[in-house]
Design a binder for this molecule. Structure first.
Ligand code: HEM
Ligand code: NAG
Ligand code: NAG
Ligand code: NAG
Ligand code: NAG
Length: 343
């Protein structure tokens, strides 16, 4: 119960800019309260090296166990980082269940009936609470799990910066406003990513996350039968691929049926870009990257050079992980609810 006691320490919402430090052996957590408002947390590699040396291994083992029975969990977990980080920073706000006072992000437009694998995050959290109570944030778990998901699917491996804190609230409204639609075109995606300091290369590389996983017919029927309200299919879809998609997602069919985001949906590789080059991108937001010269340039590079894709992807994931809320936080004991302390 060390964690509980420690978190009863004086913790005022006015004194943000807190940092967490650890002392080997006794797991002593010091909250250094500064008087500056909303300073950024300094994230760094090996953040838990002394306080919880097994943290990253434990997280990876839980995910790899889940993937043994559900390979798609890798994709689902990786997606959670994107949906958490873009909405008021990487702060685990996505993971909070709805309460009487707060509409959760889980039922935001892009998330409802779509995001999955929250249980894996719960299981990682449970394992970490056993090993080192109230030390590892849910926000960090998302970052570690996304990294591990890519590596365990055959993609690149990288070191993540850690030390995030979990939010005290969530914003369904912000999620609805920010998260991009599968209908988006490359111009609007560039504009969105630019707002988060993510470059055109970051956009194309991060979209390569769709090298693994699935999406619903709901997300593509408009482009199959009524692109931009024209009553016509999207002309950019390869004709043979269209036949497949029409069969999978007939007009008026079940919107929850899923299809593969690329031709090798369990392997993190450059196949996604090869698919785009031949007009076989699943989502409009994928295929559109081949339509605009600025983004097409990177699609072509990555389709021919997997190493360049991997390098750019890692860079993009680190930048995405650097987005912070600047708001006071905590280390949640359960990723679905804020700790029971009165602030
Ligand atoms: C560029 C803008 C993006 C758009 C418009 C977009 C949109 C979508 C949509 C519509 C789905 C399928 C949802 C459904 O039908 O249920 C999806 C799935 C997915 N997205 Fe994205 N996405 C984008 C970027 C990203 C990024 C940056 C990442 C991760 C870094 C990501 C990771 C994933 C993954 C892995 C899946 C498959 C999830 C699964 O199989 O459970 N996406 N995305
Ligand atoms: C891209 O999408 C935006 C927002 O929906 C729209 O205003 C714009 O006209 C579209 N641009 C192109 C080139 O289709
Ligand atoms: C983007 O970068 C600028 C300059 O470094 C910085 O002032 C701004 O806060 C950043 N925006 C985001 C959303 O990170
Ligand atoms: C196609 O979309 C347009 C604009 O959203 C809409 O007015 C029209 O009814 C749609 N047509 C069909 C066949 O769904
Ligand atoms: C998918 O299934 C969910 C849950 O059963 C249901 O609420 C939703 O309406 C379905 N969505 C579509 C697009 O059919």
């Amino acid at each position: 119960m060390r964690g509980k006691v420690l978190y009863k320490m004086n913790y005022s919402p006015k004194s943000s800019g807190e940092k967490m430090m650890s002392h080997s052996g006794i797991l002593l957590v010091l909250l250094l309260l500064s008087s500056v408002a909303a300073a950024a947390l300094s994230l760094r590699r090996n953040f838990y090296l002394e306080s919880c040396p097994e943290a990253e291994v434990i997280a990876r083992d839980v995910l790899s166990g889940t993937m043994a029975g559900d390979a798609r969990a890798a994709a689902s977990v990786m997606r959670l980082q994107f949906h958490d980080c873009l909405v008021i920073g990487c702060d685990g706000s996505l993971l909070l269940d709805e309460t009487a006072e707060m509409a959760g992000e889980k039922s935001a437009l892009s998330n409802v009936n779509s995001l999955r694998s929250f249980q894996v995050i719960d299981e990682i959290k449970e394992a970490l609470e056993k090993a080192c109570p109230t030390l590892v944030s849910c926000a960090d778990i998302l970052i570690m799990a996304a990294r591990d998901a890519v590596f365990l699917s055959g993609g690149p491996k990288w070191e993540v910066k850690l030390g995030r804190q979990d939010s005290l609230t969530a914003s369904q409204e912000a999620s609805n406003e920010i998260m991009p639609s599968p209908r988006a075109n490359a111009t609007s995606l560039i504009a969105l990513f630019t707002k988060f300091n993510l470059s055109v290369q970051d956009l194309v590389a991060l979209s390569g996350s769709h090298s693994i996983g699935k999406a619903r017919c709901f997300s593509i029927v408009f482009r199959l039968y009524n692109q931009s309200g024209s009553g016509q299919p999207d002309p950019d879809i390869d004709s043979q691929y269209r036949v497949e998609l029409d069969k999978l997602c007939p007009q008026g069919g079940d919107g929850n049926v899923t299809g593969d985001l690329d031709a090798t949906p369990q392997r993190f590789d450059s196949q996604y870009y090869k698919d785009l080059v031949r007009g076989s991108g699943f989502l409009n937001s994928d295929q559109t990257l081949f339509a605009l010269p600025q983004t097409r340039k990177y699609v072509e590079i990555f389709s021919k050079n997997q190493e360049r894709f991997f390098k750019a992807f890692v860079q993009g994931m680190i930048k995405l992980g650097d987005l912070q809320s600047g708001k006071p936080g905590e280390i949640r004991r359960n990723c679905r609810v804020v700790n029971n302390i009165s602030y």
